[in-house]
Design a protein around this ligand. Structure first.
Ligand SMILES: [Zn+2]
Length: 317
């Protein structure tokens, strides 16, 4: 059971919802999205480069992401404002683009060939503020605009993943992106794109729970939030995320072995393979949030031991 609407919840660090002993999380029902007017003619008054990119965004999504619901995009795009900042400002802020959900403004770097705008258009497509103030952005959500959103790590990861797949050149949030790629392998691309565009975190949790990894998924969700929010350079945040991703893999392999889909040796091999991919991502990452963070060999040995001790208890039929 997943907890819906805030009845009893606690905040840790003035931000994250923590798990109570009754295993409850605050997760809002997704908003009801109206089908909207399509792209209005008035929008032609936008700078040509923006109009061209918006039209391209629509046609690419229609063609390659048919399960992505564009209704909320149409609701937002017709009133959105576009502004630019200089390349120098971008360097200073460590960001090439921003979407302000409260004001419906996209701010991007001036260079016209930059693909950041597509990443921000995905944020715009999946942003909604309900009448009671609840804020939805893709998979992330908060009771109001002042409270930092939960699940913002997985939301950024998935935003980067679909931007990169449909438009290329989005290498942001590598660990989060890798994690959501794994989740997509488990529940399917169509399902995940649909849930993201409909801002349905609850639906996502239910889907992964059906696959038997609800608990680990929630732990990953919070661990990935911590990478971004608390202290991005704090190695323990990265370690926690890494460990939780490893545990999801172990659990999935357990399920596969128990259903006779894979042998224990193949499971070991597959886990090894995935963990070395994740190692590489972390070692070679240049994103501001996780640069300088190198996992110690001691820690990696600890994770390995934990994985093998879990594998050992698998019942092979
Ligand atoms: Zn983003």
């Amino acid at each position: 059971m997943w907890y819906v609407k805030q009845l009893e919840y606690e905040f840790a660090n003035n931000y994250a919802l923590i798990k109570t002993n009754k295993l409850k999380y605050m997760v809002f029902f997704p908003p009801t999205i109206k089908s909207g007017p399509k792209l209005l003619k008035e929008r032609l008054s936008l700078r040509k480069v923006f109009f061209r990119k918006i039209s391209f965004f629509i046609s690419i999504n229609k063609e390659f992401s048919p399960s992505f619901d564009l209704n909320n995009f149409y609701q937002n795009i017709n009133t959105a404002r576009f502004i630019t900042f200089s390349d120098e400002d971008a360097k200073k802020n460590g960001s090439f683009g921003l979407y302000y959900n409260g004001d419906n403004i996209i701010k991007t770097i001036q260079s016209e060939d930059h693909s950041t705008i597509y990443h921000e258009l995905y944020h715009l497509s999946s942003s909604y503020i309900a009448k009671d103030g609840t804020v939805f952005t893709g998979f992330s959500q908060a009771p109001n605009l002042k409270t930092p959103q939960i699940a913002r790590g997985i939301n950024e990861g998935y935003t980067a993943l679909i931007t990169n797949r449909n438009f290329g050149n989005d290498y942001s949030f590598p660990v989060e992106r890798y994690f959501m790629g794994m989740i997509e392998d488990i529940i399917g691309r169509e399902m995940l794109e649909g849930l993201y565009s409909k801002m349905n975190l609850l639906g996502l949790i239910e889907e992964v729970n059906i696959k038997g990894i609800g608990e680990e998924f929630i732990n990953c969700l919070f661990a990935l939030d911590n990478i971004q929010i608390n202290n991005p350079y704090l190695i323990t945040n990265l370690q926690t995320a890494y460990l939780n991703i490893a545990l999801i893999l172990v659990n999935l392999m357990k399920e596969k072995i128990n259903y006779g889909l894979i042998g224990p040796q193949m499971a070991e091999l597959s886990i090894n393979n995935q963990m070395s991919i994740l190692n590489n991502i972390i070692y070679n990452s240049y994103t501001p949030s996780i640069s300088n963070a190198v996992l110690s060999n001691q820690f990696l040995t600890k994770v390995k031991n934990q994985i093998w001790s879990n594998i050992y208890f698998i019942k092979v039929q």
